[in-house]
Design a protein around this ligand. Structure first.
Ligand code: SF4
Ligand code: SF4
Length: 174
């Protein structure tokens, strides 16, 4: 057993007005160098947005899915019908969100590692995002290496030669 801090962001979807400040700050924080650009495609939080139906749903990037699901889900809440897979957090081959725009690597929310508080929470003036921390006893577990997962998905998609070329080109830029 060991202690672990569990970080949670509660989403009060009824308070979200779709302003996209959370997307902007997340994209800027994860640019290289930090804050040098704002490309929402780089954000680890994305807005499912349909103003006509009054649907504004912030969704956080979660785990990588290397294959599409065989099924789809669709939610109707308070009479509002959300688009297919709207609540899904996966970086998945069936859609474009949660993929790094230059490399295609899967994106995952890292809770703004190194910051005192997640920046999307700080910038959400509507208080639709609420940050909480708690301590829990957890079993020791070996987590699959995230870099290896990302490289494997690129390898499957583009092949070894293209991947090596791209990594070589990127390392030459530094
Ligand atoms: S900053 Fe808050 S209100 Fe604006 S889109 Fe994000 S979650 Fe919604
Ligand atoms: S917690 Fe940080 S990394 Fe995660 S979505 Fe919010 S701004 Fe992005």
């Amino acid at each position: 057993m060991s202690k672990k801090i569990i970080k949670t962001i509660k989403i009060d979807a009824d308070k979200c007005n779709g302003c996209r400040a959370c997307e902007v700050v997340c994209a800027a924080f994860h640019a290289t160098p930090k804050y040098s650009s704002v490309n929402p495609a780089r954000s680890r939080i994305r807005l499912i947005r349909d103003p006509i139906k009054d649907i504004f749903l912030p969704v956080y990037a979660g785990e990588l899915a290397t294959a599409e699901c065989m099924g789809r889900d669709k939610y109707i809440l308070d009479g509002k019908e959300y688009e297919e897979c709207a609540f899904c957090r996966a970086s998945c081959p069936s859609r474009d969100i949660f993929k790094e725009p230059d490399s295609g690597l899967p994106l995952k929310c890292d809770m703004c590692e190194g910051e005192k508080e997640p920046l999307c929470v700080k910038w959400c003036l509507e208080e639709a995002l609420i940050y909480e921390e708690r301590e829990e006893d957890v079993e020791e577990e070996v987590k699959p290496d995230e870099i290896e997962q990302g490289l494997q998905s690129l390898l499957d998609k583009h092949g070894l030669e293209k991947l090596v070329d791209t990594l070589t080109r990127m390392s030459e830029k530094d």
